[in-house]
Structure formats: structure tokens, C-alpha cells
Design a protein around this ligand. Sequence first.
Ligand SMILES: [Zn+2]
Length: 292
Amino acid sequence: MPANSFTTALAADNFCNRNPATVAYSALMVLSLVHPFRRARRPHAIQADSRDKARRLPARLVTGHEPAVRSALMGRGRIRSGLAETWGRKLTPSEDFTWRTVLERFASDGRPASVQEIAERIGVPDDEARTLLADLRSHDLLGLDESATTITYAYPFANTPTEHRVQLYRRLVHAMCAIDALGIAGMLGTNTRIESCCRACGGRIEVRTTPNGKALGHYRPAEAFVWYDFAYAQAAAASCCPAIAFFCSNEHLEQWLLAQSRKRVGSRLTLIEGLELSRALFEPVLAMTSLR
Ligand SMILES: [Zn+2]
């Protein structure tokens, strides 16, 4: 559905006015956690670039941040069993190019590209493009439908409505989780406007990023928090993403945590800390693309 003010309002109604506990959140996640470290270069890429440096982390990424952000980055790595195996494998140059192409098209078109469009863009037959997309799915970088022919998400972007709506290049896109929503601006080097809702009470959350995703602009409520969940199993979209959400206050975050059927493990972050975490995760992803 093309994004316009009607669909924006519709999405807001769909997600903010329901009992949060009943909302069927599509997959969400925090892709990039380790993505920067395992990126492979395109054969013709100019080097000594930020992505190459980023791959030498996580030490560099973990240091130099606010304590809460460092704690979130380190805690995620300690607790998410299986994440290192899935995201630690380096991408081949073809996989890397395909992944970047998927994200660029998602950002520019507001929807995922078709297999045929990707094949044409990267210069391979359709079957090879399909194989590359399946490879990226095995890295938990994107999701495919049952026939493996349609991209259902590519962190940070979701192809179905979620509670995290992001105005990007005059389009509406949906993010997989709260950190993904915050990270889109840094990944693309542009300003965004995020509309989401408190997971506990459904209250409206609004966040503007500026300039170029490096800082917060106006946001409300001023006491808003992000819960950065550490759960991980097979795919972030089905494990941690659904629990990485905005809250209108620390009190509402606490209420939500207490109401969970099992104890959640993660980090509570202010919006400023959440943006810092999202920048650490997403800025290196498209550091060399024409979109920045
Ligand atoms: Zn609330």
C-alpha cells in the first residue's frame, strides 16, 4: 500500500489504539548488531573505509559510548546464544552487494525489491539472486516468504505494518523494532520522523532525528524509554525484535516488565542512549552507498 497521510493514520490507529498485548507484531529486530564486523567488501570498493574499521570491533564499537549503551552492546553479545554463529559469518562480496542493494531499494522505494529487480541491479540471473537472498536469510539479515520469492523484511525495514512508523524521504516505512526505527536515520544519513506507541499504555511516542540522524530533534514524551531486549533464537525478527519497544516513561516500562510471563533480560535506555546504540549498529551498514 502506498504511503500517504491516510495510511499513516490508519497504521497509527491499528497499532496505538489496541491493547498492546494483543498486537501481532510482525518481525522485528536489531540486525546490525554484529553486521558491521562481518561485512565483506565489494571487490571494487575503495578501502580504508569506515566499514573496514568497523569490522575490527566489537572492542572499538563497545568503547567510547555511554555506560548504558556499552552495557547494552556487551550484554547482547553475552546472552544471545546463537547470535555470534549466525551473524559472525562473513558475507561474500556477492552477498554483501546483494544485502546493500536490498536495503537501498527498501529505503528509496519504501518497499522491498523483487527478485527480478535485484537480479537486474546486481547483474546476475534470477536464480542466482534467489540463492543470494536465501544466503542472506541464513545470516538472519532478511526474511523471505514461504516460496522464497518475496522479501518480507530486511532489518531495519519491515514490509508489513508495525507499530514503528518512520517518515523517510517523504515516504512512510515501517521498522522492525524501536532501535531499528532510530537507526534508519544514521544508516542513511538523513533525518527521519518516528511515530510509535508505548508498549504498556499505547500512548503516542514521537521522535525526530536531526541532523542526518546524528542527534535527536524534538521528541515526546520527554521521559520516553526504549527497552532493548536480549532474547535471540534463530532470527531476531521472531525473538528479540517483538520486545524491543518504546515506552512513554520508565514507570510504564517497569509495569510492562513486571507483567511479562517470563523475566525479560535486556537494557533500558533513554531515547538519547537508544539513538547512540542504533547509530553504533546501523551507521556502518551503508557507509559507502550513494544514498548517504
Ligand atoms: Zn505508557
